[in-house]
Design a protein around this ligand. Structure first.
Ligand code: NAD
Ligand code: UDP
Length: 314
């Protein structure tokens, strides 16, 4: 198949591109390199089945393709809050442009939605049927509401135009190819530990997240995209839940670092808990994560170690 990936030079997009090329598909990557990096796709640029289009998804695009994965959007709070209005435009206009293309070329289209649609959840763990607890006017709203609106658009393009959609709600995912300076917790802690800097735990560190290794996530994406039983929304994530303090301690131990944990102010609207209910993914996709946090952190630490040794910090 000819498969278009918006945001294909980012963390998850680059893993997905690599996997689809290995399966013998042609991959077209659209990216504006806001948070993506040429380094992530360098090896693929040589591959005749890989094509890179430097383009911003808020402007329309035309590509002949059989499938579309819509991943373009900054995912780290630091990056998506950098230009909040642009983040909403990317989510909403990017979805409209991707859906318009899917409709025109009759392609199946996947939306990288997020656990953020549940906001600061009052139901735990979060099943897909939960409507969420989202602040519409806070500093995370540009991302959360942008992604919620994108889900609405996907459903309306399906209902109104019969577009063949798949909506995945992704929970915190980590691994090689994350940007070392992107401000997300796994990259921050590993980079701080490797540099011997203080580990910055926001608040008391009792808030929880459930971390999924990238290879598990990509397997979930492909199984979901290639089945015909459900269009979603479906949760994809690792249900093993950790406090942020536990993560900090684990990273210090695994890197053998002398770093000390310090506490900084908790950003507003920071969700207190997050854990996917993956009953649906288990049942419909026959999918569940294989990597424990320890198993996934090992290659992730090795990746950042190599990057820092080469003097790369972005
Ligand atoms: P990332 O920031 O590494 O990748 C996003 C990519 O989109 C980057 O390459 C960036 O340059 C590109 N991009 C951003 N705005 C664009 C625009 N206007 N036009 C074209 N390209 C643009 O993030 P990621 O972790 O790989 O996330 C990929 C997708 O998955 C995002 O949509 C994100 O919201 C979603 N997601 C990720 C996670 C996670 O934990 N990694 C969790 C939930 C949802
Ligand atoms: N966090 C932290 N220190 C950091 C970065 C993040 O304590 O240096 C916390 C953050 O407050 C949140 C959790 O780690 O509670 C996950 O943050 P991240 O930015 O990775 O993603 P989120 O799940 O909040 O979108």
């Amino acid at each position: 198949m000819r498969i278009l990936i918006t945001g294909g030079a980012g963390f998850l997009g680059s893993h997905l591109s690599k996997r689809l090329l290995e399966e013998g598909h042609e991959v077209i990557c659209i990216d504006n390199f806001f948070t993506g990096n040429k380094r992530n796709i360098q090896a693929m640029l040589e591959n005749p089945n890989f094509e890179l289009i430097d383009h911003d998804v808020i402007d329309p695009f035309k590509v002949e393709c059989d499938q579309i994965y819509n991943l373009a959007c900054p995912a780290s709070p630091v990056h998506y809050q950098y230009n909040a209005i642009k983040t909403i435009k990317t989510s909403v206009m990017g979805a409209i442009n991707s859906l318009g293309l899917a409709k025109r070329v009759n392609a199946r289209i996947f939306q990288a939605s997020t656990s953020e649609v549940y906001g600061d959840p009052s139901v735990h763990p979060q099943p897909e049927a939960y409507w969420g607890n989202v602040n519409p006017v806070g500093i995370r709203s540009c991302y959360d509401e942008g992604k919620r609106c994108a889900e609405t658009l996907f459903m309306d393009y399906r209902r109104q135009n019969g577009v063949d959609i798949r909506i995945a709600r992704i929970f915190n995912t980590y691994g090689p190819n994350m940007c070392p300076g992107d401000g997300r917790v796994v990259s921050n802690f590993i980079v701080q530990a490797l540099k011997g800097q203080n580990i910055t735990v926001y608040g008391e560190g009792q808030q929880t997240r459930s971390f999924c290794y990238c290879d598990d996530m990509i397997e979930g994406f492909i199984r979901f995209m290639d089945q015909g039983e459900t269009e979603g929304p479906i949760n994809i994530g690792n249900p093993s839940e950790f406090t942020i303090l536990e993560l900090a301690e684990k990273v210090i131990k695994m890197t053998g670092s002398q770093s000390k944990i310090i506490h900084e102010a908790l950003p507003s609207d920071d969700p207190k808990q997050r854990q996917p209910d993956i009953t649906q993914a288990r049942k419909v996709l026959g999918w569940e994560p294989k990597y424990s946090l320890d198993e996934g952190l090992k290659p992730t630490i090795a990746y950042f170690d190599k990057l820092l040794a080469a003097g790369e910090s972005h």
